[in-house]
Design a protein around this ligand. Structure first.
Ligand code: B12
Length: 218
């Protein structure tokens, strides 16, 4: 019996320590040992990123370290994990999701992961990228007629933009045409309710579950 928990703990520590080589080696080891690619991301890489953020907050790490952590994450994700995640892709036709990171925010690792997992689970995803102003979200809802609009925010300041987008949808007469799901580190279920979103998810797996639920097709 393989101890994924222990291996993924070591992945977490390697990311937190910004050791790219070791992270890659441990991810390969975890995959060889049969740990699921998604668990590697959610229980190894992501907690490691979280710890990087905490060290940043404590003044032990600075911007270059945040950038280095993002490079490590994107490196192992692109080369080792994405191909495996995408291999389990289900047939399409679940529905269309437009997704983006809100204005003023350039964090996209979590959003990209949510987009991948939605695609793997049969959703068609239109990714608007980062720093997306409310007008662009509204335009995209009008143009693509998605079933769901997903917004990501990683900063306590930019999460407030989510409310602006929902207000803009309302002003454009589109709010009842699309379900809205929100997520990102500072976002909570309570905040989602407060701003009038239809759903909140804390990670990519929950995001897929909630999107299926929103469409009543789980
Ligand atoms: C990497 C990183 C960066 C990188 C981002 C690179 C990139 N391409 O994304 C760079 C270096 C650019 C960066 C910049 C900054 N960062 Co930064 N960053 C991080 C860090 C360490 C990791 C984020 C990450 O990628 N996590 C891994 C992914 C997989 O997890 P996730 O993003 O949480 O996503 C998951 C869920 O949240 C959810 N989810 C996410 N989006 C969505 C969307 C939907 C629809 C749903 C349903 C779910 C969902 O599912 C995802 C998958 O499971 C965080 C620490 C943290 N605690 O998050 C700080 C952090 C977010 N950054 C922070 C700060 C302060 C900054 C800067 C202001 C620093 C500066 N002085 O310039 C700038 C801001 C730039 C800007 N305007 O956006 C703070 C924010 C503090 C706050 N409360 O506001 C944090 C929390 C660090 C800290 N603890 O202080 N950062």
């Amino acid at each position: 019996m393989v101890d994924c928990k222990d291996l993924l703990n070591r992945v977490r520590r390697a990311v937190a320590g910004l050791d790219g080589e070791l992270t890659r080696k441990l991810v390969e080891e975890a995959l060889r040992a049969g740990c699921s690619p998604l668990a590697v991301v959610e229980e190894g890489l992501r907690p490691g990123m979280w710890e990087v953020g905490e060290r940043f907050e404590r003044g032990e790490y600075f911007l270059p370290e945040l950038i280095a952590a993002a490079d490590i994450f994107n490196g192992v994700m692109g080369e080792l994990l994405l191909p495996l995640l995408e291999a389990s892709r289900q047939s399409s036709g679940r529905g269309r999701v437009v997704i983006g990171t809100v204005r003023g925010d350039i964090h996209d690792i979590g959003k990209n992961l949510v987009a991948v997992m939605l695609r793997v689970n049969g959703f068609e995803v239109v990714d608007l990228g980062v720093d997306v102003p409310p007008e662009k979200f509204v335009e995209a809802v009008r143009a693509y007629r998605p079933d769901i609009l997903g917004m990501s925010a990683l900063l306590t300041t930019t999460m407030l933009e989510m409310r602006n987008v929902i207000d803009a949808l309302r002003a454009a007469g589109l709010r009842d045409k699309v379900k809205v799901i929100v997520g990102g580190a500072p976002v909570t279920e309570e905040f989602a309710r407060e701003i009038g979103a239809d759903a909140y998810a804390r990670d990519a797996v929950e995001a897929v579950e909630k999107c299926k639920k929103l469409l009543g097709r789980d």
